[in-house]
Design a protein around this ligand. Sequence first.
Ligand code: ZN
Length: 138
Amino acid sequence: MEVTHIEHIGIAVKHIDEAIKFYEGVLGLKCYATEEVRSQKTKTAFFMVGQTKIELLESLEPQSAIDRFIDAKGEGVHHIAFSVNNLKDSLKEAETKGVQLIDKDPRPGAENMNIAFIHPKSTKGVLIEFCEKKEQTL
Ligand code: ZN
């Protein structure tokens, strides 16, 4: 497996507009994109910090993963996303090493990436996302 960098840190928030105000107004970062990811029932907002992003996540529907997370734990760090070369092979490799996968196959995420989640049971309590930029289709 080849992890190249921390692609982003996902943070669950109740009100994304208020959270954006903190990241822009206090930290001086710029929200360069917002996106609704229907498959995940979330709205996302992105900030660049060096080559790592902050991904804010607001639930669009009750009972979405983010809604359930906030109900259980409150707002806060939700996941860490590692950029990997060859997502499919990385998932296979993790599985053969006994890691519990949430997604056995890559699925579409925000920012034109394919993503897959690894279960926190296998990672000492951290929800880990693997992601890989989608191939350019010209
Ligand atoms: Zn993410």
